[in-house]
Design a protein around this ligand. Structure first.
Ligand SMILES: Nc1ncnc2c1ncn2[C@@H]1O[C@H](COP(=O)(O)OP(=O)(O)O)[C@@H](O)[C@H]1O
Ligand SMILES: [Mg+2]
Length: 303
């Protein structure tokens, strides 16, 4: 005998509140997860776009993303709530991280504090963890001064997780030179991307602009050319200790880059001008909560 369907009031449901952002394959919405007899819980809902929905590889990647998220529990990493199938479609639910993007950041000290938190999150992540897409768009700053790393869409632990079939994984302007070779990636790719992110935060513009991205093939193949170009870009960073650290994080040779723990320690020790990240957070304006679009869907099966 089949079970009677439970009354709607006893079923869990998701309410889509508003659109938060999009990447290449997915849209992310703010939503509320309603559980019988419990308060609504705000969540970020990642749904594959219509073309990605049809692709087995994209679906596998979303499942891989959930698998990696389940193994992370540090304060600097977004937390998974659940992977669901809603109306036949995979939906990855993570905690909603309130706040805003990191940029613009008005003080160099605050930029270093933010990058230091990311370095600490990487240093304390499970062994074998690689994010592979660290950049400003994948970081969020909360009103209490916490920096949270989002988007495990390419992340892996010991080679398993998301993006395992991608030939090139990452975002061009943040990818370390070895990402363009057949060599397997190491944690040094995240240190390089964090260096590019910190550069963008401090100077207000990307490390590799449109012009450099056009010659990216040469830059990633020739260490001397990479060094010369890097030198020109880093001349914009006038604080010597910070410029030296960035130069090392962005070294062409992965083996010469400092590890994430060393980056965190050096950033914390560095004497830099301006208020701390906490002070900045207490004085900046925070965006209002997005307006509700109020669409409601019933939850179906956990995956
Ligand atoms: N948990 C979250 N809390 C708040 N905003 C989020 C959350 N997850 C994603 N976002 C927003 O949605 C955007 C896209 O999400 P992301 O996970 O990076 O998707 P994609 O893999 O498509 O790049 C992010 O840049 C961010 O602005
Ligand atoms: Mg993203």
């Amino acid at each position: 005998m089949s079970a009677l369907p439970s009354p709607e009031s006893e079923r869990r449901s998701l309410r889509l509140e508003s659109w938060l952002g999009a990447g290449s394959f997915a849209d992310v919405y703010l939503g509320a997860l309603r559980t019988p007899r419990r308060e609504d819980r705000p969540v970020a809902i990642k749904l594959l776009g219509p073309t990605a929905m049809l692709s087995q590889a994209c679906q596998r990647d979303l499942i891989g993303e959930a698998w990696v998220l389940r193994q992370l529990d540090g304060p600097g990493m977004v937390r998974i709530v659940e992977l669901l199938r809603v109306e036949g479609q995979l939906a990855l639910l993570t905690e909603f991280v309130p706040g805003r993007s990191l940029a613009p950041m008005p003080s160099t000290r605050a930029c270093a504090d933010a990058a230091g938190q990311v370095a600490h999150a990487l240093a304390t992540a499970p062994r074998g963890f690689l994010h592979r897409d660290i950049k400003l768009a994948n970081l969020r700053l909360t009103p209490d001064g916490r920096v949270v790393l989002l988007d495990m869409g390419l992340a892996q632990i010991d080679g398993s997780g998301a993006g395992t079939n991608a030939r090139l994984a990452g975002t061009l302007g943040y990818m370390a030179p070895e990402c363009f070779t057949a060599r397997p990636p190491t944690p040094a790719v995240d240190v390089y991307a964090l260096g590019a992110t910190l550069f963008a935060l401090v100077t207000g513009h990307p490390l590799w602009g449109r012009r450099e991205r056009r010659v990216a093939r040469e830059l990633r193949s020739f260490p001397r050319m990479h060094r010369a170009w890097r030198g020109i870009r880093l001349a914009e960073v006038t604080l010597p200790a910070l410029a030296v650290l960035l130069d090392q994080m962005l070294d062409f040779d992965a083996a010469r880059r400092p590890c994430a723990a060393e980056v965190a320690a050096r950033l914390a020790r560095m004497s830099l001008p301006g208020p701390s990240l906490r002070t900045v957070c207490a004085s900046v304006a925070w965006p209002d909560e997005p307006q509700s679009i109020g669409a409601r869907v019933l939850w179906e099966d956990p995956v």
